[in-house]
Design a binder for this molecule. Structure first.
Ligand SMILES: [Zn+2]
Length: 233
């Protein structure tokens, strides 16, 4: 975690610092090595939030787009189980940054807990995903609109999409560029989305403004690969 509590104040991990977990109140250790980002750890291995994912620089970079008092916000479910949201805005919207693989059923469970929320997924963690995703875009359909290009992808063309399609909320895929690809709508076996600047996405979240939507039934432009592929059937 980035923050611990020291006499009620949120403090970052620095060598020799002391602090308590804002979730469970346990004494934490400041881990300030050279391999991982400086962070607070529970004594022993176990984190009090078993959904917690080891933080990478990728997590930190995303979280740091938001005020620090929106970061790492603990909440309990009805059974008293504790979970710490990566970002929670004052209006109650949660954003989770997911680097490692989680099962789709697990992602759905977390979505139900945090709702309203959306996910930002690291699309570069698995080496094959960025290329496969680009191919899926080329094999899909395009809908030029006055607000920009809406892209339509067949779910089964991308492993990433297949894993995240049923989570039921907006998912932004981060392939390490200045833009993310936002999965906005699903219809049958197709998803609809668009590329969107990261910083604009951050503005939408910060100002609680809805993320632009896409409409079905927009005039389509078939990509060359889409035509070739369909011709084979
Ligand atoms: Zn704890």
């Amino acid at each position: 975690m980035r923050f611990a509590l020291d006499e009620g104040k949120r403090v970052e991990a620095t060598p020799g610092a002391k602090g308590k977990c804002p979730g469970c109140g346990a004494e934490l250790i400041a881990r300030c090595g050279t391999k991982k980002v400086w962070h607070w750890a529970h004594k022993g291995q176990r984190h009090c939030d078993h959904w917690w994912e080891n933080e990478t620089q990728w997590h930190r970079d995303w979280k740091n787009h938001f005020p620090s008092d929106w970061q790492e916000i603990p909440a309990r479910d009805e059974a008293g189980e504790l979970h710490i949201a990566d970002i929670k805005t004052p209006k109650g919207l949660v954003v989770e940054f997911q680097h490692s693989y989680i099962k789709p059923t697990e992602a759905r469970k977390r979505t139900e807990f945090h709702n309203p929320m959306f996910w930002v997924v690291d699309g570069t963690r698995r080496k094959t995903d960025p290329k496969q995703f680009q191919t899926a875009l080329k094999d899909g359909l395009e809908h030029p609109t006055k607000d920009g290009l809406v892209q339509q992808i067949w779910v089964y063309d991308s492993r990433l999409i297949k894993e995240w399609v049923h989570v039921g909320v907006i998912v932004a895929f981060d392939f390490g560029k200045d833009t993310v690809w936002i999965l906005r709508r699903i219809k049958n076996d197709w998803v609809y989305g668009f590329e969107y600047p990261k910083l604009k996405l951050v503005e939408h979240i910060s100002e609680s403004r809805p993320i632009p939507d896409v409409l079905f039934g927009q005039p389509e432009r078939r990509t060359a690969r889409y035509r070739r592929r369909r011709a084979r059937f």
